[in-house]
Design a protein around this ligand. Structure first.
Ligand code: NAP
Ligand code: F7E
Length: 346
């Protein structure tokens, strides 16, 4: 049977890696993109310049908030697998745009599932669920498929709706529908306002003399950071099983934001000396005394998820889920990519 994938959020970090991976597996890949006043398809540049473009890879305008568009696309494309990666995915910004986040990140999933149900073909469905569902209660860590949910942001609450509507469509209509409960995963393609990329970009800019210092919010938050490309393979594996189920993907390691900053600067030969605490905390170059990091409360969130630490043993056992890239390698990869980009702009 011809394998035809539809990816919503194809222009995002995960969507671009997943599209590349599925094309390598021989899929015909269709991606949903939104109209922007300036095109934002940078992450898809390699595919768009490859022989796949318009032969095996197709882009369609649409939006998760537009159900008639979704019905039309699903009926036209006749996908065998749908990966719902589209979302207003920034936790901090979800406090600024809670209603839109609910519409796109929450109800958008229902609109897509309804489009698939009305279409009636036998199509497998992946929902991009998240460790933000857990809310990071210390006593529940490490978090697995059995850990209770307690979302702490409009984003988390919207994703909770998507999680349960996916389970509900699986149980009500016997759809093959899975939730991938993914812990943070990063890459050189990570959006620039997520903390890891903000840090690695700042390191590159500071080294190039284009930025004075880095300003962050909560340095104590702990995250389980993996590599995005490893995780999209996990997504695909979830749709290749005999029976649909929900899986956690994580590294099983957790690090503070402070550790990520230390590691990123260490990679370019700078040892940081931290002083003070709370909003008074600062970090200096231990050799020169230059101020490199301070705290700006603007980046604090009204409610914070303090600890994410995942247990992916079910995925390791049932999907043979593997991580090729560890924490130090991930930081090094992201810093190197930003340094290289920076050098290319001179
Ligand atoms: P991302 O880089 O922010 O990409 C989000 C994508 O969704 C972009 O392509 C964006 O399009 C699209 N989008 C946003 N609103 C839309 C709408 N209303 N209609 C159609 N498309 C829309 O996110 P990511 O890091 O790749 O994450 C992929 C998915 O996994 C998201 O659902 C995210 O919430 C979830 N997730 C991510 C992580 C992680 O650590 N990365 C962990 C767990 C779950 P534009 O390019 O037009 O903005
Ligand atoms: O924040 C802290 C911030 O925005 C990580 C999304 O992909 O993963 C991501 O959500 C931590 C938080 O990611 C800054 O308070 C400190 O504790 O990189 P982030 P996130 O909120 O964990 C989950 C799994 C998803 O599902 C989401 O889609 O870092 N932090 N200072 C900061 N965060 C940001 N963004 N900017 C700062 O200046």
């Amino acid at each position: 049977m011809k394998k035809i994938a539809l990816i919503t959020g194809v222009s995002g970090q995960d969507g671009s890696y997943l599209a590349e991976f599925l094309l390598e597996q021989g899929y015909e890949v269709h991606g949903l993109i939104r109209r922007h006043s300036t095109e934002n398809l940078d992450r898809l540049a390699d595919i768009l310049q490859s022989p796949y473009h318009k032969v095996k890879f197709f882009l369609h305008y649409g939006d998760l908030t537009d159900s008639s568009n979704l019905i039309r696309l699903v009926t036209q494309i006749k996908p065998t697998e749908v990966y719902n990666l589209a979302a207003q995915s920034h936790v901090g910004i979800s406090f600024e745009v809670p209603e839109y986040t609910a519409e796109a990140t929450g109800v958008g999933t229902l609109k897509l599932l309804e489009a698939l149900r009305l279409y009636g073909g036998s199509c497998r469905f992946y929902q991009a669920s998240t460790s933000e569902l857990f809310g990071g209660l210390e006593e529940t860590a490490p978090q697995s498929e059995n850990t209770p949910f307690y979302p702490k942001s409009p984003y988390g609450v919207a994703k909770l709706y998507s999680y349960w509507i996916t389970v509900n469509y699986r149980e009500s209509y016997q759809m093959y529908a899975c939730n991938g409960i993914l812990f943070n995963h990063e890459s050189p393609r990570r959006g620039e306002n997520f903390v890891t990329r903000k840090i690695t970009l700042a390191v590159a800019n500071i080294m190039a003399g284009k930025q004075e210092k880095l300003s962050l919010g909560n340095l104590n938050a702990k995250r389980d950071w993996g590599y995005a490309r490893d995780y999209v393979i996990g997504m695909w594996k979830m749709l290749q099983q005999d029976k649909a189920a929900d899986y956690v993907l994580a590294t099983g390691e957790t690090h503070t934001v402070r550790e990520f900053v230390e590691e990123a600067f260490a990679h370019v030969g700078i040892t940081l000396r931290f002083e003070g605490s709370g909003i008074e905390e600062k970090a200096y170059d231990a050799k020169t005394g230059r101020l490199l990091l301070d705290i700006n409360p603007e980046f604090y969130r009204p409610a914070e998820v303090e600890l994410l630490w995942g247990d992916a043993s079910k995925a390791e056992r049932e999907l043979d889920f593997k991580r090729e890239v560890g924490f130090k390698e991930l930081v090094a990869m992201m810093v190197d990519a930003d340094m290289k980009k920076e050098a290319g702009t001179k």
